[in-house]
Design a protein around this ligand. Structure first.
Ligand code: ADP
Ligand code: MG
Length: 251
């Protein structure tokens, strides 16, 4: 599916303009990194895309239809969102948590097909052995995989993730980023916020650079210039190119 974000702006009730005139497009198979300092508007942008926040101006279109015209259930079949800090229902086990992702499809009770979808996702995310465990007994990495599985149970075309690797060790970071890459190879569009600029450059084919709610650079590998990174983080860096990869190294 094509996502077209055209000139959107958003301000919170206290008047702070959190996003100003943001424009970008994504296609099937894109994995887009939203980067920028704390408070630059990354989470706000994800929430606008998911309609949790209502934009004041501009438009967000999926395959040429504005997102505000979709019924909630239908939107949940197209877009899944994993917030930075996820809340879960205490006492619910892994299987039932992932099953919640089927909600946009379930009329009264889950069908055998719904249960099968959940079982397949538990296998894919290596959660089958802990399917009956309560979420509060899991490690951060395991919980993260449960939330990804729940989002995938929605069978979304577009997956939004807010800092999905922020609290993971490097092994779990790679696991998550490789999974996201596989999902894009299957045709999904992924949009994520990320602080690790090297992981962004390695795994994401596009990037948006946000500063104080404004988009000052966007595009593919060519956005990773010392000038852009310095504007982004107020930090001087060297950019190295090695084996077709980009490495950002603070000076
Ligand atoms: P990031 O995710 O890049 O750290 P956010 O999108 O969370 O940035 O925040 C962007 C700006 O909006 C910041 O100035 C932040 O203080 C402000 N902001 C975020 N959430 C709220 C809110 N619920 N009410 C008012 N201001 C907010
Ligand atoms: Mg944030």
């Amino acid at each position: 599916m094509k996502l077209h974000v055209n000139n959107i702006s958003f301000a919170y009730k206290n008047g702070t303009p959190a996003l100003q005139n943001i424009t970008f497009h994504t296609h099937e198979g894109d994995i887009l990194a939203i980067v920028g300092q704390n408070g630059s508007g990354k989470s706000t942008l994800l929430k606008c895309l998911n309609r949790i926040l209502k934009i004041k101006t501009g438009s967000i279109m999926i395959d040429n239809t504005p997102i505000q015209s979709f019924a909630t259930n239908y939107l949940s079949r197209i877009i899944a969102y994993i917030p930075q800090t996820e809340e879960y229902i205490p006492g619910l086990n892994v299987f039932d948590t992932v099953l919640l992702g089927r909600k946009p499809y379930i009329r009264h009770t889950p069908t055998p097909q719904d249960l099968e979808t959940v079982t397949q996702l538990l296998n894919r995310l290596e959660l089958e052995k802990i399917a009956m465990r309560n979420l509060n007994t899991l490690s951060g990495g395991q919980q993260q995989r449960v939330f990804i599985a729940r989002a995938l149970a929605q069978q979304p075309k577009i997956l939004l993730l807010d800092e999905p690797i922020a609290n993971l060790d490097i092994n779990k970071q790679m696991q998550v980023m490789k999974l996201l890459q596989q999902l894009t190879e299957e045709g999904m569009t992924i949009i994520l916020t990320i602080h690790d600029i090297n992981m962004a450059a390695r795994f994401c084919n596009k990037a948006l650079m946000l500063k104080l709610g404004e988009l000052f650079a966007s595009g593919r590998d060519s956005v990773y210039t010392p000038e852009n990174i310095q504007t982004l983080y107020d930090t001087q860096v060297d950019i190295l190119h090695h084996n077709n990869r980009i490495y950002v190294i603070p000076k």
